[in-house]
Design a protein. Structure first.
Ligand code: NAX
Length: 328
């Protein structure tokens, strides 16, 4: 049978990982015929809790799980890894300024970027879920100069899936009837979920909705503020849906996106659609052979251009702030 793929996951004792790890181990990431070896990183005080999670992984007896290693040293845990899912991050706590949040996460993602640069497999792909995801990915990428920049992505697939779900509910269709959804920009409240290139059974979604007020005042803010709505209802932030999106992003990156559709991925900008080169911004992407391509040639009207520009401006501010802090 195939050699195991080594999958690193950080924040492994946290709530997203309590769903994510079991799905990776069960074959939901790379299929039922591909064994995986998990490499789990946590901070020292969380290792004990992580041991409990590993006991539960053992107790699932997943045939695709070839082994599990845990630790608090990224250079050991990332040794030889082919895929890295960077989920662990420092959440904003009471009294924390934006600069404090960026510094705390900067310390995490500079160290992890350097460790990946030093010890990861030459084909490593890195997906950042931990917030602020786009800028954390930028920090890791910049601190890993020997890894091609295109191997660093950030997660906007959850926003993408949320947008599909909202549109399906509005139009009374199934999610499988919806194709070519796009999230542009930052994984934040400035993100732009775009219905103007989206299709419902082959027809333009915005035309089918035919209600610009709903798009602007209902759809876009509902998708952008969904995370807060989950916290208000559940008392903690999205976990199972974030794990699902993390799996789907990485799965499609490795195995390819479906014919006739595209996915949203935050990737280093090559300047497409006027997005500042070098920042990690969400685009419509197709994937094949383990590589993504930004979908080209979409016409953006003034409304879409302004929305994208606002989110890109926020990403530039975040980039400037971490540059100021000496993190990139
Ligand atoms: P939790 O607080 O439950 O878990 C985070 C875990 O990371 C903790 O166990 C912590 O010990 C660990 N950790 C902290 N520093 C670490 C380090 N240096 N190395 C390894 N592990 C470290 O958070 P959870 O709910 O699992 O969320 C994780 C991250 O995902 C947060 O930053 C969250 O904001 C972000 N999210 C991103 C989403 C996205 O769509 N991009 C959506 C969901 C989620 O909000």
């Amino acid at each position: 049978s195939a050699a195991p793929v080594k999958v690193a996951v950080t924040g492994a004792a946290g709530q997203i990982c309590y769903s994510l790890l079991f799905r990776i181990a069960s074959g939901a990431l790379l299929g039922p015929d591909q064994p995986v070896e998990l490499r789990l990183l946590e901070i020292t005080p969380a290792l004990k809790a992580l041991e409990g999670v590993v006991m539960e992984l053992d107790d699932c007896a997943f045939p695709t799980l070839a082994g599990v290693q845990i630790g608090d040293d990224p250079e050991k845990v990332f040794d030889g890894v082919n895929l890295a899912m960077l989920v662990g991050a420092r959440p904003r706590t009471a009294g924390m300024e934006r600069g404090d949040l960026l510094s705390a996460n900067g310390a995490i993602f500079t160290a992890q970027g350097k460790a990946l640069n030093k010890v990861a497999a030459s084909d490593v792909k890195v997906l950042v879920t931990g917030n602020p995801a786009n800028t954390n990915a930028l920090i890791a990428m910049t601190n890993a100069p020997d890894i091609p920049k295109e191997r660093f992505n950030a997660l906007t697939r959850l926003d993408h899936n949320r947008a599909i779900a909202q549109l399906a509910a509005k139009l009374g269709v199934t999610v499988s009837e919806i194709k070519k959804m796009t999230i542009w920009g930052n994984h934040s409240s400035t993100q732009y979920p775009d219905l103007f290139h989206c299709e419902v059974n082959g027809e333009n979604a915005a035309a089918k909705v035919n209600d610009q007020a709903w798009i602007e005042n209902d759809f876009i803010p509902t998708v952008a503020k969904r995370g807060a709505a989950i916290i208000a209802a559940r008392g903690s932030s999205s976990a199972a849906s974030a794990a699902n999106a993390t799996i789907e992003h990485m799965r499609d990156w490795v195995l390819g996106s479906p014919e006739g559709d595209w996915v949203s991925m935050a990737v280093p900008s090559d300047g497409s659609y006027g997005v500042t080169e070098g920042i990690i911004s969400s685009f419509p992407c197709t994937t094949a052979g383990g590589e993504y391509s930004i979908v080209q040639g979409l016409d953006l009207d003034d409304f879409s251009q302004a929305r994208i520009a606002a989110s890109v401006a926020e990403l530039e501010e975040e980039r400037d702030a971490v540059k100021e802090l000496g993190l990139i």
